[in-house]
Write a protein that binds this ligand. Sequence first.
Ligand code: AMP
Ligand code: MG
Length: 402
Amino acid sequence: MSRFLNVIPVADAVAAVISISPPTVTETIPLDSAGGRILAAAVMADTDIPGFDRSVVDGYAVRAADTAGAGDAIPALLHSNGRIAMGRPDPSTSVGPGTCTYIPTGGVLPAGADAVVMVEYAEEAGDTILGKKAASHGENVLLRDEDFKQGEIVFLAGRRISPQDAGVLAACGCAVVTVAKKPVVGIISTGNELVPVTVVPGPGQVRDANASMLAAYLAEYGCVPRHYGIIPDEREAFEAVLARAVPECDVVLLSGGSSKDDRDMTAAVIASLGEVLVHGIAIAPGKPTIIGRIGSKPVFGLPGHPASAFVVLIAIVRPLLDRMLGIPVPLQRTEKATLAINIPSQRGREEYVRVMLENGVATPLFGKSGLLNTLVRSNGLVRIPAGAEGIEQGSTVEVILW
Ligand code: AMP
Ligand code: MG
């Protein structure tokens, strides 16, 4: 067997990932626990919002024409005919020519009125109100269905529910919402040199950084991470942990052991339990990546270097999560920036360079692949397409923000 990886382009790797993606599974949950979840069905307004013409200020409901030309010097003199109560329409009150009705913010606009003069521009003199500002037709009034119309699509499926969305969903009567079920993603760290976070590493040992990094990302993205601990580079250990993880998870990520060293047995074990679709991607960092499946479950072998594992997570694994979560457009935040210095790149592989973004300028942080510090001193990645030999200083680049 060759010791070299047979790399394929990133686009082909992503296509392989999509080809093995399980379908989106949905569930219906209470609105109050839906923040951050992904809507799995479009949402319509069940009523007009608002359901009535309503004042947006405290003031006097008027006929706009009655206030034409009014000002401090020559106020409009209007007869006050009472007050609007909150929360119910008052069919007995209407605003005729030359009259007005006090209305609180959110009150139902009485018949006959078409505008509201703010209290700040009105003065009470017994039953007479001095309107000191002309109101135009519709001023300070929110019309029935101006926000959302009954039957209107308010949200499309695939949207991550923000706090504001939750408010609008409540206004639309969605006590429960249908969302994508959170995929359960197993995380297995491999390597004889790894020790858990609670242990001070001895000579030759390193703490397991990947499991926590992957778990935090997955949880934030809308998955349920499930830890399977650290396993040594021994075939029996791989087989035993996969036998446990595969039935319990929707996707399994193994970090480390994905290359072709004698100790790297991820590919061999996946091949023996299922199939390996891809072993080696033209991506940097992250070349030694495995895409496989055991039964119907996607299984990934991520490179052990944390920065490489993270880039592969974003570039290769995330498209799978997007499919499973029903997200049509990746939820990545990007920002345009000017490149501070040239970034050389090897043609033929897609490169992801960590950059620090400051005041619209992206400065690449070149460093050895094993470094952790560039992951946290950077704010994101600049992608250099496989066909490019680099990007020149001063170019506008898109930074994929962490
Ligand atoms: P591997 O991909 O197993 O060849 O590992 C590549 C490098 O990443 C080695 O220096 C490992 O010690 C390191 N590494 C592997 N797994 C982890 C991990 N979970 N956390 C931190 N470093 C790791
Ligand atoms: Mg290893």
